[in-house]
Every structure is written in C-alpha cells, then in structure tokens.
Design a protein around this ligand. Structure first.
Ligand code: ASP
Length: 322
C-alpha cells in the first residue's frame, strides 16, 4: 500500500510542471575546436562551477572542423531546450560570415545568446628558435621569407586565422598556411618547432611564453597584459595598426525558452564571480566581463557589432592573401 501511495505521488510530481524543471539531466556544451586549446580551456574553467549551480553535469564535447563552424552548425540545429549549448567565439560568431559565403547559420539571428565568458587579447607568437627577437625583426623576417614561412591557424574563419590574415595583410606577407583543428594542436607543433608563427588568444599561450617554450613578439591590445607584463604592445613594438582582441561566449540555439537562457546566464555569472575561476582567468590573461557586459542582451549587441566590424576588414584581408 505504501508503495502504491509513493508511486502515485511520483506520478503527480512527474506531471507537466515537474517535467519542465530545467535542468533535469546533463547538459552538453559543444566546443568547436580540439581539446586543450583556448576555447576548450575557457569552456572547462566556467563549466565546472556552472554545473554546481545548475545541479547537473555539463559535458564538454569537442566537435572540430572548418574553423569552428562545423560544431556551431551542429549545435545551432539542436533542439532548443537548453540541453545542448555551445562555446562560440569572435571567429565563429564574428569573423565566419566574411569568410564562408555559404555559412549555414547567421550569428546575429540563429542563437539565443547566454553570455560572455572571457575577453582574450591576441598575442603574436613564434617558435622558440625563431631568428627574430622582437616584433620589428619578426616583420623583417616574415617579409624576406615569402611563402617559405609556416603560419599556423585553427581553420578558415577561426580567431587565429582571421587575426592572422589581418597581420599578414598589414605586413604584406604571404606565408604558407598550416591549418589545425584548434590552436591547442597548433601550439604543440609550434613547441616542437614545426611551425613558425601564429596569432592566438592569450589563454592558450601564456604558460608556454612564461616557460620559454615559445616566443612572444607582441600583444595586440592598447595596454600590456598583467599576465605577461614584459611583453610589449603592438603599438610599443612598431605595428600600431594591429590592434585586435577576441572573446569566448556561450550560446544556446535560437528559440531556447527565456527562463532557460536566464538560468544558464545566472550560472555563468555566478561562475565568473567564483574566486577560483577569477584567479585562473587572471593567470591565463583573460579579461573578465564585468557588470552589464555579462548579460545576454550585451552579447547579442557584441555579436552584431563584431560581424559588422569584421566583415569588410576580413573580406579585404582575404582578398589580399590570394
Ligand atoms: N583559438 C582558436 C582559434 O584560432 C581555436 C581554439 O580554441 O582552439 O579560433
């Protein structure tokens, strides 16, 4: 009898109201690049405290390819129920429209933005045995190399690719491109001296620059980073036109209910306020979003302004690279 009563109570609890309590099962977060790179790092740093707030595990799934657009296309087409979300970035949600004429998603229309996770300044790095010792020497070297230099990136439209073609267009250089499924594996090849240079999000390179396993030539932000205080800015080092910063942000598919997006945003904001997350992000050189920058509405505005800003610049840089 007791058993029956319990079963009846469970049936009531699992009725429509109860079924809607989100999240009721693990959430998948698509990282559209290989494990170990910056997008993966940022995703893992914020996902753990988010899981605690939400009371459900966030499972990271790396779906790499086509500069991140493969994973984002897949996640954009997932049911809009909050159980599949994604970590996008300035490439997938800012640069890609300029470089993929047949992109299967519109970053400004096909997502429910959750929130900005990190700002990530761009650093110009080279292999440890690179003959250049500063940005000016690097530019001279790159100009002399022609197509003999190897430039690593994470696929067309990625942050490293878009910021890389921008750098090449400013230097007037046409290197040989070596595409990877993410800048994690690209960094490994740079450490073993197989590629010459790349431009990447600071969070991927800080510890290797500090350890001296790769060289950094400049940071492309107006001010130096506290994580790499000895590294000059591009302005200080002689290429002031090269100022560019990237970011990582969480998105859900378009049509995700507002209360689900709000829960995800709340969990992200709590994660950014976590002392351990802040320390890790600071150590990695990430710029933590503050106050109003953390809202879903602010992310929508950021995506719109990034697409508008990057489209003409990158179309011109891509044409110059041909
Ligand atoms: N930072 C990489 C990019 O160039 C991707 C990655 O996270 O591996 O877009």
């Amino acid at each position: 009898m007791k058993k029956f009563v319990l079963a009846a109570a469970m049936a009531v609890l699992s009725g429509p109201a109860f079924a809607q309590a989100y999240p009721a099962r693990p959430i998948t977060m698509i990282v559209p690049f290989a494990a170990g790179g910056p997008t993966d790092i940022v995703a893992r740093v914020v996902a753990e405290p988010m899981s605690k707030t939400l009371g459900q595990t966030i499972v990271i799934e790396n779906v790499a390819g086509a500069g991140g657009t493969t994973g984002i296309t897949r996640a954009a087409g997932a049911p809009a129920d909050g159980y599949m979300i994604m970590m996008g970035h300035m490439g997938t949600h800012g640069a890609a429209p300029a470089l993929y004429p047949n992109l299967k998603y519109d970053p400004t229309k096909d997502f429910a933005p959750v929130g900005l996770a990190a700002g990530t300044p761009i650093v110009i790095v080279g292999q440890k045995n690179h003959p250049a010792n500063n940005l000016k020497e690097f530019i001279d070297w790159a100009k002399k190399q022609g197509d003999k230099s190897n430039h690593a990136h994470a696929g067309v439209g990625s942050v490293s690719h878009s910021t890389g073609i921008l750098l090449n267009s400013l230097m007037g250089t046409k290197p040989t491109f070596i595409p990877y499924t993410g800048t994690g594996p690209a960094l490994n090849d740079m450490m073993s001296g197989q590629v010459d240079y790349m431009t990447d999000q600071i969070v991927n390179v800080v510890s290797q620059v500090q350890a001296g396993t790769i060289k950094a030539f400049a940071i492309a932000t107006p001010a130096r980073s506290p994580a790499l205080p000895n590294l000059p800015t591009t302005k200080e080092a002689g290429l002031p036109e090269y100022e560019v910063s990237a970011w990582n942000a969480i998105f859900a598919p378009k049509g995700t209910p507002a209360d689900v997006v709000a829960k995800l945003n709340d969990a992200l904001v709590k994660s950014l306020d976590d002392a351990g997350v802040k320390k890790r992000m600071d150590d990695l050189g990430a710029v933590m979003p503050q106050g109003a920058e953390r809202s879903s509405a602010a992310l929508q505005k950021l995506v719109e302004s990034e697409v508008a800003r990057w489209t003409p610049v990158l179309k011109a840089a891509a044409a110059a690279a041909k």
